[in-house]
Write a protein that binds this ligand. Structure first.
Ligand code: GDP
Length: 296
């Protein structure tokens, strides 16, 4: 479906074989190909612009090693820059607080918040040996509370019940009292999402953030959102002090451009990737792998 960028670039750079340096004029066509590849990978336009400019500046004057063609040299630079823009090394979850540590989940409805809450609980229990409790503040959708309860049962995490006639802040305070009393390590708070950004929803979650003082406020975003991920990310980053991102549904056929856009817009690292619907379908995010996926 997608042409491989490496092949495309070696096509346009063929004529340059033997040139020892990348220059403004000899990388012109190649940068156009990089731009096309990023567009096809669904990276947002403003992000592509900034990124191409960075590549141009790094590439010009770059000596091409004898063992490489100019095309390969440019691919190398693009690959390194993609990794750098996505945060370099993988980013660990921060649980460095007196327990219970709170992880607040934010995002649009359908992004994968509830599923990711369950997956994260499972991951924290299995990988970090933490005692985890799940609590839902989605008082608008009883089905969401039930879904979280089911996930708690499946993972063996504790579940703090909430009712639709309670206020989210009231639920959270009671959940924190319970977690402190029972010496739990981590409380994952799932929040209500809406189909689009709306003022009341942002206000509600930002009140919860101030009340809970979470050590991690994770923005959950669907990789399939492509270009739209930018607007959503911007709205959440403006309303909340995000600490990281969970990029879901990477098992779909999204090329992963949302990773680049979201990282660029929020300035926050992507900490986890959702790679399957099932409960063990969450893994730490590796910028290296995503760079290879975007390059195709
Ligand atoms: P929420 O409204 O943000 O809480 O979203 P949900 O957690 O209910 O997820 C919405 C849908 O996306 C559900 O059908 C999930 O099974 C599905 N989903 C969530 N994460 C992933 C993922 O990483 N991969 C796949 N294939 N499906 C996912």
């Amino acid at each position: 479906m997608f042409d491989n960028l490496t092949e495309r670039l070696s096509g346009v750079m063929k004529t340059l074989r033997g040139e020892a340096r990348l220059t403004e004029s000899n990388i012109q066509d190649a940068l156009r190909e990089v731009r096309m590849a990023l567009l096809e990978a669904d990276v947002a336009l403003p992000v592509i612009k900034v990124f191409i400019e960075q590549i141009r500046q790094r590439a010009i004057g770059h000596e091409v090693l004898d063992s490489l063609s100019p095309g390969q040299a440019l691919i190398g630079i693009v690959h390194q820059e993609l990794i750098a823009i996505m945060g370099g090394e993988k980013n660990e979850l921060n649980l460095n607080v007196t327990p219970p540590a709170v992880i607040l989940m934010a995002g649009l409805q359908g992004a994968g918040k509830t599923t990711s809450s369950g997956k994260l609980a499972k991951w924290l229990m299995a990988q970090k040996k933490k005692k985890v409790m799940l609590v839902s503040c989605d008082i608008y959708r009883p089905a969401a509370i039930e879904q979280l309860e089911l996930l708690a049962r499946q993972t063996g995490a504790e579940f703090f019940p909430s009712q639709t006639d309670q206020r989210p802040a009231e639920i959270c305070s009671a959940a924190m009292d319970y977690a402190r009393k029972h010496h739990l390590d981590v409380v994952i708070v799932d929040t209500a999402g809406r189909l689009g950004i709306d003022e009341a929803m942002m206000q509600e979650i930002s009140e919860l953030e101030r009340l809970l003082k979470p050590v991690e406020t994770l923005f959950v975003v669907d990789a399939m959102q492509g270009q739209d991920a930018v607007n959503t990310a911007k709205a959440f980053a403006d309303a909340l002090p995000l600490t990281g991102v969970i990029l879901t549904k990477l098992d779909g056929d999204a090329r992963g451009g949302a990773a680049l856009s979201v990282r660029h817009i929020t300035g926050k690292p992507i900490k986890f990737a959702g790679i399957a619907e099932k409960l063990d379908g969450l893994e730490p995010f590796y910028p290296e792998r995503m760079a290879s996926r975007i390059l195709g």
